[in-house]
Design a protein around this ligand. Structure first.
Ligand code: NAG
Ligand code: NAG
Ligand code: CA
Length: 211
């Protein structure tokens, strides 16, 4: 009887300690450089601009460098939206602009049992990542607040048009009204689900078919 009691106690302790399932694989995060000033930290939904080098943990071979390969520019991606390796989504939160991190990523959060291209099966990956810039993600609360000029928590056609104009000008395009009208109509067709002529905060932040 007492033995049974001890056994069940041990069993429940074991469940308690392990949470009843195998532990989630984790990304090891090492901060290589932290800037003195940090105005904003990365969070899910933000757009991040990064330079990165990827290495095989097994023998240290570098398999990719954004500074040396492709167009040699840093790359944009949205954090937490599975646009990148799971290990990046997990390992690049709460990061400051100018910060550099070393991530050690287990295969299950990298290229898995299969591997890919130059990455052999079941590879542990090491990334050196420098965060160059953070912007509001396209679906973020901040973007909505920025677009909602009169603070009534919904977007009318004029507000969306103003926003498009500003965005295009920021990227060096000349204002082209006909084009914006067409884009606004397109946006409302997709985003204004209940067709009341406004895009509500819920309609805006709700992810439609992208994922
Ligand atoms: C490192 O490992 C990869 C994959 O197994 C292999 O292709 C590469 O030649 C190795 N590099 C060195 C320097 O051993
Ligand atoms: C504006 O965009 C439309 C559609 O792309 C194009 O046909 C037109 O020439 C553009 N107008 C100006 C002034 O650039
Ligand atoms: Ca509004």
């Amino acid at each position: 009887m007492i033995l049974f009691y001890i056994y069940s106690l041990l069993a429940s302790l074991f469940v308690l300690v392990t949470g009843g399932k195998l532990p989630e694989p984790e990304v090891k995060i090492e901060v290589l450089h932290k800037p003195f000033m940090c105005y904003r930290k990365s969070k899910y939904g933000d757009m991040l601009l990064v330079h990165h080098e990827g290495f095989l943990e097994s023998n240290g071979t570098m398999f990719y460098s954004s500074r040396e390969h492709g167009d040699k520019n840093p790359v944009w991606f949205t954090l937490g939206m599975q646009e990148v390796l799971k290990g990046w989504d997990k390992g690049l939160k709460n990061m400051c602009t100018g910060e550099r991190r070393k991530l050690t990523i287990p295969p299950s959060l990298g290229y898995g049992k299969e591997g890919k291209g130059k990455i052999p099966p079941s590879s542990i990956l090491i990334f050196h990542i420098e965060l160059m810039d953070i912007r509001n993600g396209p679906r973020s609360h901040e973007s909505f607040r920025e677009m909602d000029l009169n603070d009534d928590w919904k977007l009318c056609r004029e507000e969306v048009k103003e926003y498009l104009k500003k965005e295009f000008e920021k990227h060096g395009y000349s204002p082209n009204d006909t084009n914006h009208e067409a884009m606004v109509e397109d946006i409302f067709k997709n985003e204004d689900e209940d067709k009341d002529g406004f895009i509500s905060a819920r309609e805006f932040t709700y992810q439609h078919d992208e994922l």
